[in-house]
Design a protein around this ligand. Structure first.
Ligand code: ADP
Ligand code: MG
Length: 459
């Protein structure tokens, strides 16, 4: 098999595991230029692709290569320009897959009836009118409303942060929609996820259109970037973002950002970006209280023209406490059940529905999920991680797992010790301290930890 054939075979598998857009963005114009001594060298067109393939797809690539050629042990990436446009033949299969995926989404979200605006990329369903305000999001909402009347001057940037499913996207899109409405389309608003921002940038680089890319962004009056934490660890993207940010900022253009944590806690975010972000307004969204959860459910039921009594709403709101998206998901299931059976389910039936959906709907992070993610990341089996074996290559991943369980779940030291091979709590304390210390000035460890987190929170 030639290198090229090996790569084509591996691509065939990679393609099945990621979205079509990502596949085209990151794997276009790549090829194997060397396969020797169990090591495979892949040529990539630019530094962005290199960064992304290394950080995000390394394991997937290795796995795919091994399936074709078991002796492959590691991969590295070099920047090199390949003969133009080697569009990957395997792409044909991808379209069939994406159709299927769309089908499932439609079943999952039967009430989606809004179209995303092609210019602003805003979803018109996110407005202030249907955004419930309680003490948990009051400040963020007030700041968001305030900037719609004072673009670029009052709070710039506006930085909204909070956990998954708590309304960040809804709120920052509501700002965008409100501005479009209030200014009669005279202000150019653009909403984009940080992942999309990065891939557009890569495309621009690839096509030699960086100037055009920059110009497009410089003409924007309101730039809204969602989930900015995903810029962490992507130096090149951060660099470009920084320039775009400055260009907009200096021209008093409004910038709105969201993240799952405050700027200072995004470990591999460049200092100058952090300090820029901190120069505006930072507001958090915390967990909604019971009254707010009930109010949100009422609003959602109303939007769906569904009559539901307070007892049932109370029941759902008591059951699901930490994620508004799940709250909505639970309500949707109940509505579907009511439609199928032509009657509102009874309370015991509702309890049953709720207990059935909590696992797939709420990706509650458990210590097992963290262990699995760490094992995946370091390419070892979970069994190795949780047994007593003292092999050197297992010690470090195990310490990372201990650290993450402590950090993310606040589990007790003895509990963690017990789950990771029946170790003493002092061992766990030592591990956590060690990793915490190391994180202070070890950037690659910071990046590893972020990638592992990204893995268990997002997949
Ligand atoms: P995040 O971006 O923080 O993960 P989203 O903005 O996607 O969360 O919110 C998840 C779901 O919850 C959306 O359907 C959104 O409309 C709904 N939601 C969140 N907060 C509120 C709120 N305060 N009022 C009404 N709906 C909300
Ligand atoms: Mg979001």
């Amino acid at each position: 098999m030639t290198n090229h054939e090996l790569w084509q075979a591996a691509l065939g598998e990679i393609e099945l595991n990621i979205s079509k857009t990502n596949f085209i963005t990151w794997f276009r114009n790549t090829d194997i230029i060397k396969a020797k001594d169990n090591s495979v060298t892949i040529a990539v067109p630019n530094a962005f692709s290199k960064e992304w393939l290394e950080n995000k797809y390394n394991k997937l690539i290795l796995r795919a290569l091994r399936n074709v050629s078991p002796e492959a042990k590691d991969v590295d990436f070099v920047i090199s320009t390949l003969p133009s446009s080697e569009l990957i033949p395997a792409l044909i299969g991808a379209s069939a897959k994406s159709t299927k995926r769309k089908g499932t989404e439609e079943i999952g979200q039967p009430f989606q009836e809004f179209e995303i605006n092609k210019e602003t990329h805003l979803n018109p369903k996110y407005t202030f009118d249907n955004f419930i305000v309680g003490s948990f999001n009051e400040l963020a909402q007030a700041a968001a409303r305030a900037i719609t009347k004072n673009l670029g001057k009052l709070y710039n940037p506006l930085f909204i942060y909070g956990g998954v499913g708590l309304g960040k996207t809804h709120l920052i899109q509501a700002v965008g929609n409100e501005i479009v409405k209030n200014y009669n389309n005279e202000k150019k608003v653009c909403y984009i996820s940080s992942e999309k921002f990065t891939s557009e940038l890569v495309d621009a680089l690839y096509n030699g259109q960086v100037e055009e890319f920059k110009n497009t962004y410089r003409q924007i009056d309101v730039l809204i970037i969602d989930d900015i934490q995903f810029l962490a660890g992507k130096e090149k993207t951060q660099e470009e973002f920084f320039h775009t940010f400055n260009a907009l900022y200096q021209n008093n253009k409004q910038i709105i950002l969201s993240s799952d944590r405050p700027p200072q806690a995004i470990s591999t975010l460049e200092e100058r970006l952090k300090s820029r972000f901190s120069g505006g307004m930072i507001a958090d969204i915390s967990l909604p209280d019971l009254e707010s959860r009930i109010a949100i459910l009422k609003e959602k039921a109303h939007e769906k023209n569904f009559e539901i009594n307070d007892e049932i709403l109370n029941h759902i709101a008591n059951y699901i406490q930490k994620n508004i998206r799940e709250l909505e998901g639970a309500l949707n299931r109940i509505i579907i059940s009511a439609k199928i059976h032509n009657s509102i389910p009874s309370l015991p039936e509702i309890s049953k529905i709720l207990s059935n959906i909590t696992s797939p709907l709420s990706k509650k992070i458990s210590y097992k999920i963290i262990i699995q993610a760490v094992a995946d990341f370091y390419d070892i089996s979970t069994n190795h991680l949780i047994n007593r074996c003292r092999k050197k290559e297992l010690v470090y991943p195990r310490q990372v797992a201990m650290f993450l369980i402590r950090e993310e779940l606040k589990s007790s030291y003895p509990f963690i010790g017990e789950k990771l091979g029946g170790r003493d709590h002092t061992t766990v304390m030592y591990a956590c301290e060690k990793i915490t210390k190391e994180l202070e000035n070890n950037e690659s460890l910071q990046q590893e930890i972020n990638l592992i987190k990204e893995h268990f929170y997002n997949t």
